[in-house]
Structures are given as C-alpha cells and as structure tokens.
Design a protein around this ligand. Structure first.
Ligand SMILES: NC(=O)c1ccc[n+]([C@@H]2O[C@H](COP(=O)([O-])OP(=O)(O)OC[C@H]3O[C@@H](n4cnc5c(N)ncnc54)[C@H](O)[C@@H]3O)[C@@H](O)[C@H]2O)c1
Length: 293
C-alpha cells in the first residue's frame, strides 16, 4: 500500500460497478467496507467475493495468501454510518441520478472525518454538481472506473474547479496503486474522455437502428469486424445496462432541454419492458440461456 493516508475505503453502491470496485481495493490490500441500501444486492456482492477469489486461485491467477487477505479486507454492511465513519476515501457507485447522489454526498459529509475524500464513479455527472452538497468541495472529485471494474484497466480522474490538486493526485496515485492505468482530466467535461467517444458511437448506432437501416446484430458485427472493437455498441449497452443508458439520456435532456439528448425510442421501449441487458436476462440479446454473452 503506497498512498500515504489512505488505508480504509468505503464503496457505496454494490451493484454492477460497486461490488467489483470494492474487490479491486481489497485485493490491493486496502480495508474496504462495501455498502448498499438493498440487502439482496449486498448479499450478491458478498457471494461474488466468496466465489471470485477462490476461482482466481484455482486458475493460478492469484496466490492463496492474496485471496485470503483480500477476503478478510472486505466487509459488507447496509449501515452507511458503519461503512463510512472511518473511511479515508469513499467511492460512490449508486444509481446515476443527481438527486440521489446529492443526498448521499450530504450524508457522507456529515458522517466522514474532515480528511475523507469523496469520489464519485459517475459516468457522466461531474463532481462540481455534488461538491456543493458538502462542506469539503476541495476533497470531492470523479474517480471513474470501467465495466467490468476488475478487468478494465483505465480509471479517469477528473479534477473539478473546486478539487484540490492534492485530492486529484491522491486519487490518481490510488488508482495506480491498485494496478489501474489512471488518466487525469484537468477540466470537467460532460462524458469525460471515453464516454464522449462511446456516446458518439452509440448515438449513430441507435440512429441507424431506429431508422430501420440495419439490425442491431449487423451494426454490432460492423463495429467488431471493421473497427476491431471487442464488442459492438448493442452488446456493450447490454453489459453496461440499458437502464443506465435511459437515465443518462434523461438526466442530459433535463439539463439541456435539447430533445436530441432524449433516450432513443428503442432505449425507452427496452427500459419500460425492463429489458435492461445482462442484469435482467434480456436486453438486445437474450441471456436466459447460459453462455449467450
Ligand atoms: N454500469 C456501468 O457500466 C458503469 C460504468 C462506469 C460507471 N458507472 C457508474 O457507476 C454508478 C453505478 O452504476 P451501476 O451500473 O453499478 O448501477 P447499479 O444499478 O448496478 O447499482 C447501483 C446500486 O446503488 C444502490 N443504491 C442506490 N441508492 C443508494 C444509496 N443511497 N446508498 C447505497 N446504495 C444505493 C442500489 O441499490 C444499487 O444496488 C453510476 O453512477 C454509473 O454511472 C457505471
């Protein structure tokens, strides 16, 4: 552990992203408390830790000692106070809704010691929208992991105008210390680096699909076989969550008032049908049969 002053980490939200972010820290030797308001989600996160670590050992990818230490480093609780009271860094990974995150940041500001850094894993919400909910804007920034967090190397660290140099540096160092490849955004920009590029691709893919020009399977094939991406935009949306795509579009539309930012018709349809991708067993593709990934 090489980041001075960082020992205890709290991850809030144990869903798609949070449970793996928490494990990344635990494997790297940090003490992690993972919390969620949903007991079922938290149990699933704990079960994941209980199966993932031994699997890594069985595959020869992790030593037994690292796995044992990682498991003892991580604990799970629905009690936010218990999870965050002694944290040096909090990484928030709850739903992509500004009002929920605002409320949580205000709570965390009350619970955490003054030195605690509050970082958000939000894909699109810049931390200057959350910093005013706290009395420590200099200790608020974005720490953006990618899905699946245990595998994807990149972490975007975004320094808002309120963020202290020292805060951004500490989060940058922390990302590097857990084996990630951090990049620093010196200014806030909607979508950061990667999601600006992904959004541009998704916008075109959805437009082509909604116009009836090509099937989603063929659009995915085009992106995989011509551009060399590991998966096409529709499969990627199934992985990251169609509900997330919906919320991102709605948040952006509410902010700008520009109808072009509304989620596309097929995203709205899938959202209403609860066809949210891998997490619900069906999105653009069917995941009810094992192996259809
Ligand atoms: N899914 C992705 O591919 C991806 C990638 C990078 C970043 N993100 C960002 O990560 C965040 C989480 O996304 P996700 O896909 O993991 O969502 P998710 O829906 O899978 O998980 C969110 C979790 O937050 C919990 N939650 C909601 N309110 C809470 C609160 N007040 N306290 C504690 N827990 C609470 C929910 O119960 C849920 O389990 C979002 O901000 C998203 O933009 C997502």
């Amino acid at each position: 552990m090489a980041v001075p002053g960082v020992k205890n980490i709290c991850v809030v939200g144990a869903g798609n992203m949070g449970h793996q972010i928490a494990l990344c820290f635990a494997i790297a030797g940090y003490r992690v408390k993972c919390t969620d308001i949903n007991e079922e989600v938290l149990k699933k996160a704990e079960n994941f830790a209980d199966t993932y670590l031994p699997e890594r050992v069985a595959k020869g990818k992790m030593s037994e000692e690292v796995a044992r230490q990682a498991r003892s480093n991580i604990s799970f609780t629905t009690d936010l106070k218990e999870a965050a009271a002694d944290a040096d860094v909090v990484v928030e990974a709850i739903l992509e809704k500004l009002d929920l995150k605002w409320k949580l940041f205000a709570q965390l500001d009350e619970i955490c010691p003054p030195h605690t850094i509050l970082a958000t894993n939000s894909s699109f919400i810049v931390s200057s929208k959350l910093a005013p909910a706290t009395k420590r804007p200099d200790k608020v920034c974005n720490m953006h992991f990618f899905n699946p967090a245990l595998i994807m190397k990149l972490v975007e660290v975004v320094k808002g105008p309120h963020t202290a140099e020292e805060t951004a540096q500490k989060i940058f160092d922390l990302a590097r210390d857990i084996g990630k490849v951090p990049v620093l955004l010196k200014k806030e920009i909607y979508g950061f680096l990667v999601n600006r590029i992904v959004s541009a691709i998704n916008r075109e893919a959805l437009y082509i699909y909604d116009m009836g020009v090509a099937s989603y399977e063929d659009i995915d094939k085009a992106v995989v076989y011509a551009l060399g991406h590991p998966m096409g935009p529709f499969r990627l949306m199934d992985l990251t969550g169609i509900d997330l795509a919906y919320y991102i579009g709605m948040e952006r539309y509410q902010e700008t008032g520009d109808p072009a930012h509304k989620p596309s018709p097929i995203i709205v349809e899938k959202f209403i049908k609860k066809e949210w991708g891998q997490k619900t067993g069906r999105g653009f593709y069917d995941y009810s049969q094992q192996g259809n990934k």
